[in-house]
Design a protein around this ligand. Structure first.
Ligand code: GZL
Length: 329
């Protein structure tokens, strides 16, 4: 009997020590699994949190639905988590629920896509891509490349495959795409439509454009997954991707590097998903009670293409084949 009591006491003590050790609850409201970028982003943040002593990950995948994210945020509040990481599937409609997070004084860390109410809410830190510059780099790359192959005066038809409508990344990249085109008056936009950042929808959209548009010279795809779907459609239509149609993606995921090295894609603009180290740094500072800047931090990002050497002002492209083996996502 005494042995049983001793065992029970040991188990209770172990459980209380374990719960005391895993006492810091880091909640993450993730958008979904729509792209290779998103998968790499989830993996980076999960590994960082689950690999940190004393932290427990509370994770929610919203399957690209805003209503699911709002539910998740309210569940995090009910669970009494210690900090919330948040990226919004779209940029509007968050003020009410994020103010509920503020009212509960749960620190908020904004990653990736920013809510348009970020100036009206309290948050501890913010980290994400410079989407306008990424968009500008896409069209500037196309303009500079065409000039480099002697097509700088030719009337060029451009189609722009946009990301999820209303997402911070889609709004910013579209703004940048159009701003970049101002320097290349021979590049004319003949179609602009959302492929929702997914490969399947990118393929379907390119199939419809190939049927309805006589001459497509350049595809600007606001993420690599849509570009890869479009490549499938271009090949199925008997055209040569990367030659008949110049293809510029965004994200710089591994599959895009493979396509560029294979000659089926021309360039990709980097947008790193590897936010794990940023999250660790921010949450550790929160735990230590250290103040942090609220300035949105943009990571250093590159441009990768078939041959390198395309000067975009803020960056010069690098040959994808030269760095493909060292890529982390
Ligand atoms: C960008 C991110 C975008 C990626 C897409 O930071 O929000 O969402 O470009 C992803 O691949 O779906």
């Amino acid at each position: 009997m005494k042995k049983l009591l001793a065992l029970a006491l040991a188990v209770v003590m172990l459980m209380s020590v374990a719960s005391a050790l895993a006492e810091y609850k880091v909640a993450f409201s993730q958008i979904g699994q729509e792209s290779d970028w998103r998968t790499a982003n989830t993996d980076s943040i999960k590994a960082a949190i689950e690999g940190h002593e004393g932290w427990e990950l509370i994770y929610d995948d919203a399957q690209q639905k805003q209503e699911n994210q709002i539910k998740a945020l309210r569940n995090f509040i009910t669970q009494g988590v210690d900090v919330i990481l948040f990226t919004g599937v779209v940029s509007t409609g968050w003020e009410e629920v994020l103010k509920e997070v503020n009212d509960e004084e749960i620190p908020l860390i904004l990653v990736d896509r920013m809510p348009d109410c970020m100036d009206q809410i309290e948050y501890a830190a913010a980290f994400g891509g410079d989407f306008v510059e990424e968009g500008r780099r896409q069209t500037a790359w196309a303009g500079e490349y065409l000039k480099s192959i002697g097509r700088g005066e030719e009337e060029i038809n451009v189609v722009i495959m946009e990301g999820t409508t209303g997402a911070d990344a889609q709004v910013g990249r579209t703004k940048g795409n159009l701003a970049g085109l101002e320097a290349y008056p021979n590049l004319k936009v003949v179609a602009q439509q959302s492929g929702n950042f997914t490969r399947a929808e990118g393929q379907a959209l390119m199939e419809s454009w190939l049927k309805s548009i006589d001459k497509i010279d350049v595809l600007i795809a606001q993420n690599d997954d849509m570009a890869l779907g479009a490549i499938d459609a271009i090949k199925a239509a008997g055209k040569v991707p990367g030659k008949d149609i110049i293809i510029v993606g965004c994200d710089s995921v591994k599959a895009a590097f493979d396509a560029i090295v294979a000659g089926e894609m021309n360039a990709t603009i980097e947008c790193t998903p590897l936010y794990g180290p940023f999250v660790v740094n921010a949450v550790e500072k929160l735990q230590a009670g250290e103040a942090m800047s609220k300035t949105l931090v943009h990571p250093e990002e590159g441009v990768y293409d078939m041959d390198g050497g395309i000067d975009l002002g803020t960056v010069v492209s690098v040959k994808a084949a030269d760095v493909i083996d060292e890529r982390q996502y």
